[in-house]
Design a protein around this ligand. Structure first.
Ligand code: 5AD
Ligand code: SF4
Length: 459
């Protein structure tokens, strides 16, 4: 059946944008908008953009050029909205350069979309909304959640006060803000009701979360480790994850949660960016390589099998061969299960963009290739070590590859296996039979749908 109004949202960038796109769908559903598969079928197209690395703005403009043709073909019926971090940073320029754009809305203002769309039809009101009213945003988003599979994101924290010198996030997403414990608990329950089995607590600096403790808990404030314990007690939350963390906010309570909370996946994404103290200081990361290694050591003491992943930047201004070698050494010391590595890209308005001794592209390319080769080798070693083990896999989709289903292990590895169709969306014990650098293959144990024993369920 054709929806009343077709909605097409294209999401770029991080998990926060994935969450925001889901919430935009939730907020537009009561107006009759339902997702369609292609922009040309849509009445409303939203580009939810990312500003973190280079060429972001240019990509948005070329996408807008294509959309403009669809808009013309629709007899100007199609509405085009630019959302996300490029909207926040370059809103005025977008409006000026591409007249086909109807609305520009920043990441803390998209709860105003229904009202802005209504005003647009009446040709009144602002077409650009980039305020930072994060409290109002969460208050005004609908309680109802729609989930697309058994794993769902739940935003608990937004913004960043860390001001790493390379990063635009503190400017596009604003100051750190933690959502209240009750609102988070209610949303987690709603996600379970809507069909989620895994909840991923997300935030730009998720482990900087701090909140008022619920009445009767005997505490004043809670840190993130305590929140994890609380959410893990909600019946139906079979697996919990969180991302992205900052090393400075890895406190004992969070590390202990990895030892004591059964539902918490043995997985930690902890960006380090560089292994050189000189570069870390210039990046304003507020920790040394040794301090990072110590956090990893403590986390592995709490949970010996934990998978550690990270983000790296090569070619930060002033990075020497010795600095880069220190990064390789840190990688060898930690042994990551997976990691992302990026070439440094100068972002307008950030302190590092104006630093002297910018590294040339050839050197950046070479360092990136060297680092990626080492990280790929480590990913292969980590994956190979799980061959022969039986892991609970949460199956999310059919991969299309030989009709196999695709899911995730507790260590966030992609696992392909043949399963009964009714096992899709559930946790299944799978014996891992082979491993590559990017995924595992396994054999489902029949009749072994995995369920967690709960003690002290919160109703
Ligand atoms: N250049 C390259 N990589 C960057 N990141 C953030 N800003 C930049 C930049 N200017 C990377 C960091 C961060 C990840 C989300 O993106 O590694 O952890
Ligand atoms: Fe950017 Fe640093 Fe904040 Fe992460 S911690 S969002 S890299 S400024």
């Amino acid at each position: 059946m054709k929806p009343l109004r077709g909605l097409y949202i294209r999401t770029y960038g991080c998990q926060m944008n994935v969450y925001d796109s889901d919430r935009m769908r939730d907020i537009l559903a009561p107006l009759g908008y339902a997702s369609v598969d292609a922009p040309e079928l849509a009445d409303l197209v939203v580009l939810n953009t990312c500003h973190i690395r280079e060429k972001a703005t240019e990509k948005v403009f070329s996408e807008l050029g294509r959309l403009r043709k669809h808009k013309e073909a629709s007899g100007e019926r199609m509405r085009i909205v630019v959302a996300g971090c490029v909207a926040q940073a370059e809103g005025e320029e977008i409006m000026a350069r591409q007249p086909a754009v109807d609305l520009v809305v920043g990441p803390q203002a998209y709860h105003r979309l229904p009202e802005m769309l209504a005003r647009l039809s009446r040709k009144t009101g602002d077409r650009l909304e980039v305020d930072f009213d994060v409290v109002q945003k969460f208050d005004q988003l609908p309680a109802h959640r729609h989930v697309n599979g058994p794993s769902a994101f739940l935003s608990v924290q937004e913004g960043c006060d860390k001001f790493c010198t390379f990063c635009v996030v503190p400017y596009t997403r604003g100051a750190e803000h933690s959502r209240g414990t009750d609102a988070i608990t209610a949303e987690a329950r709603e996600l379970v009701r809507a069909g989620a089995r895994e909840v991923v607590l997300i935030g730009q600096n998720v482990n900087a979360w701090r909140g008022a403790a619920p009445a009767g808990s005997g505490d004043d404030t809670w840190g993130f480790g305590r929140l994890i314990r609380h959410i893990s007690k909600i019946g139906g939350v079979d697996r919990l994850r969180y991302s992205t963390s900052h090393p400075r906010d890895m406190d004992d309570e969070l590390i202990d949660a990895h030892a004591g909370v059964e539902a918490l996946a043995p997985f930690l994404h902890l960006p380090v960016q560089s292994g050189s103290d000189r570069v870390l200081a210039a990046m304003n990361r507020k920790h040394t390589a040794k301090e990072y290694l110590e956090i990893i050591r403590q986390t592995r003491t709490a949970r010996p099998d934990i998978a550690i992943t990270s983000d790296f930047i090569v070619g930060f201004p002033g990075e020497t061969e010795a600095d880069f070698e220190a990064t390789l050494q840190l990688v060898r010391d930690v042994r990551f299960s997976q990691a992302y590595a990026f070439k440094y890209s100068a972002r307008p308005g950030t302190p590092a963009a104006g630093m002297p001794s910018q590294v040339d592209e050839v050197t950046k390319d070479r360092r990136l290739a060297t680092l990626l080769a080492l990280l790929r080798q480590q990913a292969f070693e980590f994956n190979s070590a799980t061959v022969g083990k039986v892991l609970p896999v949460l199956f999310e989709t059919r991969s299309g590859r030989d009709g196999l289903a695709r899911g995730y292990s507790p260590y966030q590895q992609v696992v392909h296996a043949e399963i009964d169709p009714d096992m899709l969306g559930t946790m299944v014990d799978v014996e891992i039979t082979s491993a590559g650098q990017a995924s595992l293959q396994g054999r489902a144990r029949l009749g072994a749908a995995h369920d967690r024993e709960l003690d002290g369920v919160i109703e």
